[in-house]
Ligand binder design. Structure first.
Ligand SMILES: Cc1ncc(COP(=O)(O)O)c(C=O)c1O
Length: 216
């Protein structure tokens, strides 16, 4: 399973890394599943050109590509997406779909057609500025992930705090700020995940709280 741009770190893999991964999967005879739900969200210091992030589909056909519209068009929860892959695999997936949920809700399908004519580049620029706000807030305060895509940053809690990420998140909630403890994503409970998919004024207020919590 690959997820680039990544939730929870915002990391975007390079062409060379994707090529290596594609080769590894081919050598081992496994299908690479690439979740590219954040593909539109890469920033000007991202990998390669700004715009859709590189996909391992450039290097192999022996993979399952999964993309969707929820993040790109702010339609999370609509469950609208698509998959591309080898004929045999898509045929098996279609079999499963046909005899379980049949199709995505028809009104969501009809509504989503309008999205194809919408240019989201101004929105992506806005996310980049929010990402820059997060970077600036933790500069000199905490180590953060190499966040060049998606809308997440993984922040390592400074050791002097002497608390787990779960404890830190519980404390943040008392200040009306919701962040996710890293222990949800791995066996280490040392980082927090911040989502900057929120208006700038709210983001600034939340970052001020987190920054102050880390400085004290
Ligand atoms: C990595 C990843 N894949 C898939 C999804 C699901 O997207 P959707 O809301 O379109 O089902 C999410 C949503 O948070 C996600 O972070």
């Amino acid at each position: 399973m690959l997820n680039s741009p990544a939730n929870p770190t915002g990391v975007v893999l390079t062409d060379a890394e994707l090529q290596d991964l594609a080769d590894l999967c081919t050598d081992r005879g496994v299908i690479l599943v690439s979740d590219e739900i954040y593909d539109l969200f890469t920033y000007s210091d991202g990998r390669g050109e700004k715009g859709p992030s590189p996909s391992p589909a450039r290097f192999t056909e022996n993979m399952l590509l999964i993309r969707g519209f929820g993040k790109t068009y702010g339609a999370t929860g609509w469950r609208m997406g698509y998959a591309a892959g080898p004929d045999w695999l898509i045929a098996e997936m279609a079999k499963f779909q046909q005899y379980s949920f049949v199709c995505a809700p028809s009104m969501a399908q009809a509504a989503m057609v309008g999205a194809f004519d919408v240019d989201m580049s101004a929105e992506v620029d806005r996310f980049e500025r929010r990402r820059d706000m997060v970077r600036a807030a933790f500069d000199g305060v905490a180590q953060i992930s190499d966040c060049r895509g998606a809308f997440y940053v993984f922040v390592e809690l400074p050791e002097h705090l002497g608390m787990t990420a779960t404890e830190f998140c519980d404390l943040a909630i008392e200040h009306d700020v919701v962040v996710i403890p890293g222990g949800v994503f791995s066996s280490r409970d040392t980082h927090i995940r911040i989502s900057y998919a929120c208006p700038e004024d709210k983001l600034k207020a939340g970052l001020d709280v987190l920054r102050n919590m880390m400085l004290n």
